[in-house]
Design a binder for this molecule. Sequence first.
Ligand SMILES: Cc1ncc(COP(=O)(O)O)c(C=O)c1O
Length: 446
Amino acid sequence: MDKQTYRNKQNKKSDQVNDQVSQIGQRVTGRVLSKQQVKYRNEYNKSALDMFDLKSNLKLTRQLSELEKELKEKRTYGMGFPATFFDYSFFGSFLNMLMNNLGEPTQGGQYAIHTKAYEIKLLKFYYQIFHCHENAWGYLTSGSTEANKMAFLLTRQLYGEKGVVFVSDQTHSFVVDRAKDYFRRHVTIPSQTNGEMKYAVLEERLNRLHDHGEYVPVVVVNIGTTFLGAIDNIKIVSQIIKNSKFEHFYIHCDAALLGNFLPFIDQESPLDFKKYPIDSISVSGHKLPGIPIPSGLFVCRHARIFDDYKETAYLDVKNSTLNCSRSGLAALMWWAFVEHLGKDGFKKVIQHCYKMTEYLLKRFQDISWKAWVNKNSNTVIFESPANTVVEKWVISKVGKWSHIVVMPHFSYSLVDEFIDDIKKQQRKGSQKQRLSEDLLWIKSTQ
Ligand SMILES: Cc1ncc(COP(=O)(O)O)c(C=O)c1O
């Protein structure tokens, strides 16, 4: 067949298709469409979703594969940050659904594709482990920072401009910055060598504030400081605040990491709404449960205050949360984590982390390397090794100190490999000299 005959044949075919569609168009719209209209309608008759066909883009997929390989390698040696790597790939089939938990979690709202029922189940699990009162309220945030901010916002609603925020010099810097945004005055309490706040200074500063007028102290208690993993003593802090005789006060516990550890240890957890006058708690989801989407929970005992919140008409939900759009996928993954493991499974995961912490500390002692850990913490602080080790093991370094946050992906062999790397560059003399004094310190902090 020559070219012209072929073209004629093709045109005829396409005219036939257009005629057929024209008849359908006529039936659908009740009017006859021109050939041009039919062509246009044909072109737009399917959705634009197929346009995002990543597999057909070889350059991009190659680029992404390389990135995946690089990140997987970093993940193998990731030790310095409170990140861990449970396998959430089961949720792959949820990736083409926009699950958006808009606003108030207890109201479904008009946008129907959400996972609020699971968010509520997740919250109930935490209400239980934190021994919440019946007036508990909370929601899934984008991380502990948003939850900390929410605590500050709540104090403003409760006490207007009267709040004066107390942080320690070990409080996460984002908390301190947000405190400056929300309060006219903030007080920084110095810390002890192990990272706990100096309680006597807190007491003295609270008393001073009391004598100065009608203020409401808002005290941020660190349940696991970021670098040293120190746990402020909630019992002492509560007693000091009660003794200071303020009519009102607010206690917020920043438990970004250890909020998923301490409720499962054999001793009493400080995160207990019934035992202590705690107003709110924040905890991160991307830390221990390793949710691969930054997430957190805000939990408080002030459900009533949200009754008066406005409804957003087009969503038909109260705008009680700090952010409007919230990740329905993160809520679902986190719920699946707690549902699958339950309290017993959680406990086993936590025990694994503490066992590995003990082992790491022992291995540091074996090689006479200066290292220590706070009681009930999984953060091991040690004198920084050479930069090659710091980089390979993705370790966080501040001045001459580094830390390792022992997470569920740790194993004996991983710890041994790390210690072998340190041994290779060990400067024996300088380490040994200070060892006996350090060991005493380790004991006294436990
Ligand atoms: C004590 C503390 N608070 C807050 C944060 C910030 O948490 P997020 O990343 O969930 O916002 C961290 C992070 O490491 C932390 O250690």
